[in-house]
Structure formats: structure tokens, C-alpha cells
Ligand binder design. Structure first.
Ligand code: ADP
Ligand code: MG
Ligand code: MG
Length: 249
């Protein structure tokens, strides 16, 4: 089955239609970009898929299983991981502690943080490995709130690696990242996907960042997906060009 399938998803809030008839079918192990003007519903779609918001129509399936009514923690345990447009790290905890907390969930131990760093338990070893994979081992003891924006995004990816996420939703991972750090972050995301075989959906405003990274791009516009195709096809799609005229943000 598809890693993630969204069927006729709708969301009404008050009198407003936020999502309308959203259909999306994502193959296992694929990397998909989500683009669209500000307010199009990209973050809301991620909120519904991750269970933070309940749709008023349609359903969400993960590996063929209907998860529309599943709780947020149950979805996370089932392997659905996400990052937020604003950082979801614990700023006062160190880089290592942030990843170690996530690793504890996957490793299945429930050690209190207060025992840290008494022993190199399985969660710590795993956290160190994940931090090495994203290139953050030189910042282990720095509070997460004190590292650069680009490093925070790397740290979020290390957290997702540590949690063993099977489907990863990245909401604007490049936002605020210094231009010199974008290529490194793109490499991190590619490596995350290749090494774990996970399925990645990422919101990104610059289609040139998606070229050569993702297999397909979903274009959201006024709460609907108006196109889902390869980056090259999306670039050439006149519907997308008119939807995008000057209001990408
Ligand atoms: P995007 O991520 O594509 O910029 P969003 O998903 O954040 O767009 O927002 C889509 C639309 O839904 C916007 O018009 C926004 O104001 C609205 N919206 C999002 N969340 C809520 C909410 N909880 N209540 C009311 N309106 C909301
Ligand atoms: Mg927005
Ligand atoms: Mg958004």
C-alpha cells in the first residue's frame, strides 16, 4: 500500500473552508515536496495528517491503515514524525539531551533525564550516532536554544532519526537557514531518506531547492492540491505558474 494516502480530505473551521477534497498518494520511500502560496493550507494538511487537527471530511491512511481517528502519540509511535515551522526543540536541554529523549522512545527505556550522563546506555549511543549522521557532534553539550538556525534544523532531523520515524513531515525546514547552509541541509534530508528508507514530505517555497531532491511535488492552492507531478512537470505547468504569480511566501 501507499506509505501515506489522503482521501477527499476536508476541513471547515467556522464558516471557512481550509481544506477541500485533498487527495494525495505517496509511495513508500519517496521524497515529496509540498509548495503553494502562504495560507494555501500546507501546514494545516500536516496538522491533519499528524493528528493535531481533526478533518471534517475524508480520511488519512498510513500503510493502508485508517489513522483518521488515531491520537497524536499513537501516530508518533506508529512512525509518523514531524517538525514545525517554529522549532519544536527543548531550548534549555542540550543538543545531546534533545536527541536522547527521542531515542529513549524508540529504544524503549524510560530513564529519567536526571541519570544522565551517568552511563552510555542504548539511548545515548543511539543519540550520538544520529548526531554524527547530521554532523552535530561538536555541539553535544550546547543548549539547543543557543545553536544556529541551520543547526537547529539538523538537530530536528537527528530527533526524527532517533525516533525511528517512517513517515517524516518537514514544515519549511529551510526557512531562516543561511543560504550557505541550505545545501548541507538538503544533503541531510537526502541521507535521512536513503539511510532509513523513510517517506518524506517537505514544505518548501523555493522549487529550485526541490529540484534534484524530490521525486514529486504537490501544489496546494486555496486548500486543494491542484497538481502532483515531477518537479520539471510542475515548473512547466501553466496552472501552477498562474497560481504562484507573485504571492509565494
Ligand atoms: P500555509 O501553511 O500553506 O501557509 P496554513 O495551513 O497555515 O497555510 O493556513 C491555511 C489557512 O487556514 C489560512 O487561511 C489560515 O488562516 C487558516 N487557519 C489555519 N489554522 C486555523 C485555525 N485553527 N482556525 C482558523 N483558521 C485557520
Ligand atoms: Mg504560511
Ligand atoms: Mg505553513
Amino acid at each position: 500500500p501507499s506509505a501515506l494516502r489522503v482521501e477527499k480530505l476536508g476541513l471547515q473551521i467556522g464558516g471557512a473552508t481550509i481544506l477541500k477534497d485533498v487527495d494525495l498518494d505517496v509511495a513508500p520511500g519517496s521524497l515529496v515536496g509540498v509548495i503553494g502560496p502562504n495560507g494555501a493550507g500546507k501546514t494545516t494538511l500536516f496538522n491533519v495528517v499528524s493528528g493535531i487537527m481533526t478533518p471534517t471530511a475524508g480520511r488519512v491512511l498510513m500503510n493502508g491503515e485508517d489513522i483518521t481517528r488515531m491520537s497524536v502519540p499513537a501516530r508518533a509511535r506508529a512512525g509518523l514524525g514531524r517538525t514545525f515551522q517554529t522549532s519544536s526543540l527543548f531550548p534549555k536541554l542540550s543538543v545531546l539531551e534533545n536527541v536522547r529523549l527521542a531515542a529513549q522512545v524508540a529504544v524503549g527505556h524510560d530513564y529519567s533525564l536526571f541519570h544522565f550522563p551517568a552511563s552510555k546506555d542504548a539511548a545515548t549511543r543511539r543519540a550520538l550516532q544520529n548526531l554524527e549522521e547530521v554532523g552535530l557532534t561538536h555541539k553535544l553539550l550546547t543548549p539547543a536554544g543557543d545553536i544556529s538556525h541551520g543547526d537547529k534544523r539538523k538537530l530536528e532531523i537527528a530527533v526524527l532519526l532517533a525516533m525511528d520515524s517512517k513517515i517524516v513531515l518537514l514544515d519549511e525546514p529551510m526557512a531562516g537557514v543561511a543560504s550557505g547552509d541550505v545545501a548541507g541541509l538538503v544533503d541531510n534530508i537526502r541521507e535521512l531518506q536513503e539511510r532509513t528508507g523513510c517517506t518524506v514530505l517537505m514544505v518548501e517555497h523555493h522549487i529550485d531547492v526541490l529540484m534534484g531532491l524530490v521525486e514529486k511535488v504537490a501544489v496546494m492552492y486555496f486548500g486543494s492540491i491542484i497538481a502532483f507531478d515531477s518537479p520539471a512537470e510542475i515548473m512547466a505547468n501553466p496552472l501552477v505558474q498562474s497560481a504562484y504569480l507573485g504571492n509565494a511566501a
